[in-house]
Ligand binder design. Structure first.
Ligand SMILES: Cc1cc2nc3c(=O)[nH]c(=O)nc-3n(C[C@H](O)[C@H](O)[C@H](O)COP(=O)(O)OP(=O)(O)OC[C@H]3O[C@@H](n4cnc5c(N)ncnc54)[C@H](O)[C@@H]3O)c2cc1C
Length: 486
């Protein structure tokens, strides 16, 4: 076990105590900090000689900023040394996307900056995943839909460590990072999202493309360019167990739109293959008139469909269904089911079989009061059985709600109160826009999962405009760390 040999990682300045120290960073930027650090207690082990994760001290809040750690941090650490450290709590958040950023900034906000927060993520940027549906068609590139999280976090007094967590010891309250160092926490938020279940069907990884990660969507874009040179039939599919049906529909309709643009609509047969028991189920049980509406969209676009069917395997140029039918393709985009991060499964009593973290309605884990899980990493039980298994989409809005609930509960615990805030996943509102190229559908419901009182689908070109506006708004909101905004 070793501690990364990287001064910034060992000693983020806002946790330092003692005499002020000043030095110049690379590029000549002057950095002031103080000696002797609680960080030495948080990051354990001898210094490593190998490469260290990148860490950046979060101390540069603007003067007057309520979450300026320089001001709040010092105030929080007044008093005798031993007392000071034991009073100020350390929240570690694993993950820096929708769930992680929201939880980290929200807990700082809840406690008016009087808490130390560290975000850990192997990826240094925020990715607006909803725009991945456009990336393969060249309508977006990675620069359009990502931003560097470190400046945002630093501005709000949150430390960032660019590294993957690889282990968790809930008894010692430590997280192990990829270089073997450990990070101590008082409260932990697991917001490590999803990974593709690439083994869902043989041939998926080799013969199909998908759009569920940035790198995957870029590969799908490359394959799209090749397809345009030699256009043949197209299949868009969501496998058994998949939950991200919204993305499959959006890609399907955007692809159809692109076929028209390239004057290929008459030449290319487009087929939608899905595990959903009916069109417009979306993994949330469907909404009133959804089946008719989606059926109308498919007919209008001349899209063929295969419903309620599993995929046996993906051959080089065909999807082979469990029924034995072969659906040939020259371009095949397949949405797989999602799994949690593998290393979490090693922690006693933490995850379900898919590696998703089992949680209560407070987003505390079932076994550990001081360990939370939010967003795509949190397990949600599928409340129905369907002939072909379908998962549940853990979309952006519920992800944010979960992160806020967790942040309020952690703040309560730090104040010595009970963590009483609760919101079951199924009771969170469903708010989503399904884009269809130059058209779309706004999806609104009082609850993610039935029984519901209200649910409505509003089709029309305004939905496409809303999605474009929402992308800009959401990236602006997150880049500025305004997580309290809707
Ligand atoms: C193609 C697509 C389209 C979508 N469209 C929509 C939409 O239109 N509307 C909508 O509401 N939702 C949409 N979603 C769902 C949305 O993307 C998810 O709700 C959201 O990504 C969940 O956020 P998250 O932060 O929980 O997880 P993720 O976005 O998966 O983020 C996980 C974070 O954890 C980090 N991480 C991973 N491993 C580790 C580790 N070992 N240690 C530390 N950190 C780690 C990652 O670097 C990342 O920062 C879409 C999803 C996809 C795939």
């Amino acid at each position: 076990m070793c501690r990364p040999d990287f001064p910034a990682l060992r000693r983020p300045s806002y946790v330092h105590r003692g005499g002020l120290h000043e030095h110049r960073k690379g590029g000549g930027r002057r950095v002031r900090h103080q000696h002797a650090s609680a960080w030495d207690d948080w990051v354990e082990g001898p210094a490593c000689s190998g490469p260290a994760p990148v860490a950046t001290p979060g101390r540069h809040g603007k003067p007057g900023d309520r979450t300026n750690p320089g001001r709040r941090g010092r105030r929080g650490r007044r008093g005798r040394r031993g007392e000071e450290h034991s009073m100020r709590k350390h929240v570690v958040v694993l993950g820096a996307n929708f769930a992680g950023l929201t939880a980290a900034l929200s807990v700082r906000h809840e406690l008016h900056g009087d808490v130390d927060v560290t975000v850990v993520s192997p990826r240094a940027n925020f990715l607006f995943t909803p725009s991945l549906i456009w990336l393969p068609f060249g309508k977006r590139d990675r620069g359009d839909i990502t931003f560097d999280v470190e400046p945002t976090l630093r501005h709000h007094g949150v430390d960032f460590v660019q590294a993957a967590a690889t282990g968790l010891d809930p008894t010692a309250r430590t997280v192990t990072l990829q270089d073997g160092s450990t990070l101590r926490y008082d409260y932990l938020v697991i917001a490590t999202g999803y990974r593709n279940d690439s083994d869902v069907v043989p041939g998926f990884a080799e013969n199909a493309v998908t759009i569920t990660t940035l790198e995957d969507a870029e590969r799908a874009g490359h394959a799209w360019e090749l397809f345009l040179r030699d256009p043949r039939d197209v299949v868009v599919a969501a496998t058994q167990g998949a939950g991200c049906f919204g993305a499959a529909y959006e890609f399907l309709f955007n692809l159809s739109f692109q076929l028209r643009r390239h004057d290929l609509h008459q030449r290319v047969k487009l087929t939608y293959v899905t595990a959903e028991p009916f069109l417009g189920h979306f993994g949330i049980g469907g909404l009133p008139h959804g089946e008719q509406l989606l059926g109308m969209f498919l007919r209008k676009e001349g899209i063929d469909s295969r419903l309620n069917v599993g995929i046996d395997h993906v051959a080089q140029d065909a999807l082979v269904l469990e029924t034995g039918e072969e659906v040939p393709f020259g371009y095949g985009m397949v949405v797989p089911p999602f799994l949690g991060q593998e290393w979490l499964t090693a922690v006693d009593g933490l995850t379900d079989a898919k590696g998703m973290v089992a949680v209560r309605d407070s987003y505390q884990t079932l076994k550990y009061d001081d360990v939370y899980a939010v967003g795509a990493a949190a397990a949600v039980e599928v409340p129905w059985t369907t002939p072909t298994p379908v998962g549940i989409p853990k979309t952006g809005f519920p992800t944010e709600v979960m992160a806020h609930v967790a942040a309020r509960n952690i703040a309560a615990q730090i104040r010595g109160e009970e963590p009483t805030d609760e919101k079951a996943f199924g009771d969170i509102k469903a708010i989503c826009v399904m884009d269809a190229g130059n058209n779309g559908v706004v999806i609104l419901a009082d609850k993610m999962l039935p029984p519901r009182k209200h649910g409505v689908l509003i089709p029309g070109p305004q939905a496409h405009v809303m999605k474009l506006g929402f992308e800009k708004y959401f990236l602006w909101k997150m880049r500025n760390g305004y997580v309290q905004l809707p």
